[in-house]
Structures are given as C-alpha cells and as structure tokens.
Design a protein. Structure first.
Length: 151
C-alpha cells in the first residue's frame, strides 16, 4: 500500500490534511479530539500505549476520557491512518507510520522505536519456513534495553 507522505527527519508523517482525506474516504470524521490524538502520535519518537496518549492529550483537552482516546485510536487504525502494534505480553502500542518498517523494543520499559534499516531482504532469503508454510508478512524487532533502562 502506497500513500503520499511527507519525509521529516527520516520519519514519515501524514499531515492533518492527509488524515482528513483518509477519514472522509472511509466515512469517519475529523473531530478536535481525533486531531489531538493524531497530532500527539505524530510528534513522538516512541510508539505510545493508549494510556500514554490519554495522559498527554488530556493536557490539551482536560475533559477527554481514556475510553474516548481509545475509541479515537481505534477509528484511526480502522481508516489506516495509524497502525496498532500488539504483543501477547503487553498493552497495544500505536504507530503513526503505516508502511512496512522495523522496530527496536525495550525489554525494561516496553517502549518501541522505529528502526531505520535497509529492508532485511538478504537476511530473510536465508530463513526457510517449514514446507507448506505460506509466508504473508514478517516482523523484525531488535530487543534490548534503552538508554533510560540501562541507567
Ligand atoms: Zn527502556
Ligand atoms: Zn514504527
């Protein structure tokens, strides 16, 4: 899936204009809360949980509830404006990027960052699934400890 994106510091962000267009296409609409949620996500380097988004958006919109933030995040995921990263062992995290990319994940605090790497094709070519297994996608993650957690 391709889309027009602005390149900003190596990180891809769709502007609010693009978000409005996407919401329009899919019958969603732009609200102040939705824009604030999106805006917060586009300004952070790591991929926050719904709780983190809530705590930060609340500073701008004191009346917003966690349920509303969650609903807005899910609406943005549904119209493919953002992506949701889920793991069995923690809360879902939300990512402003929707293109295929890789992450580093801290085992201490659970935060995730985009990993700027060339597509790992050559390494992937050496990985062979069992016979009969049809690969449709893959994830690449570097696990470790971030600077804060290494203290
Ligand atoms: Zn950490
Ligand atoms: Zn990411």
């Amino acid at each position: 899936m391709k889309r027009t994106v602005q390149e900003s510091g190596g990180k891809r962000k769709a502007g609010l204009e693009e978000l409005r267009r996407r919401l329009d296409e899919r019958g969603g609409h732009m609200t102040r809360q939705r824009a604030a949620v999106y805006d917060y996500l586009s300004g952070v380097e790591h991929h926050p949980t719904a709780e983190e988004v809530f705590l930060n958006v609340k500073r701008r919109i004191p009346k917003i509830s966690l349920a509303t933030v969650y609903k807005n995040l899910e609406a943005l995921v549904a119209c493919e404006a953002i992506s949701k990263l889920t793991y069995g062992d923690g809360s879902a995290r939300y990512d402003i990027r929707t293109d295929h990319h890789y992450h580093t994940r801290c085992l201490g605090c659970g935060r995730m960052w985009d990993l700027e790497a060339a597509r790992g094709k050559s390494a992937l070519e050496q990985i062979k699934p069992q016979p009969g297994f049809a690969v449709s996608d893959f994830r690449l993650e570097l696990l470790g400890h971030c600077e804060d957690c290494r203290g």
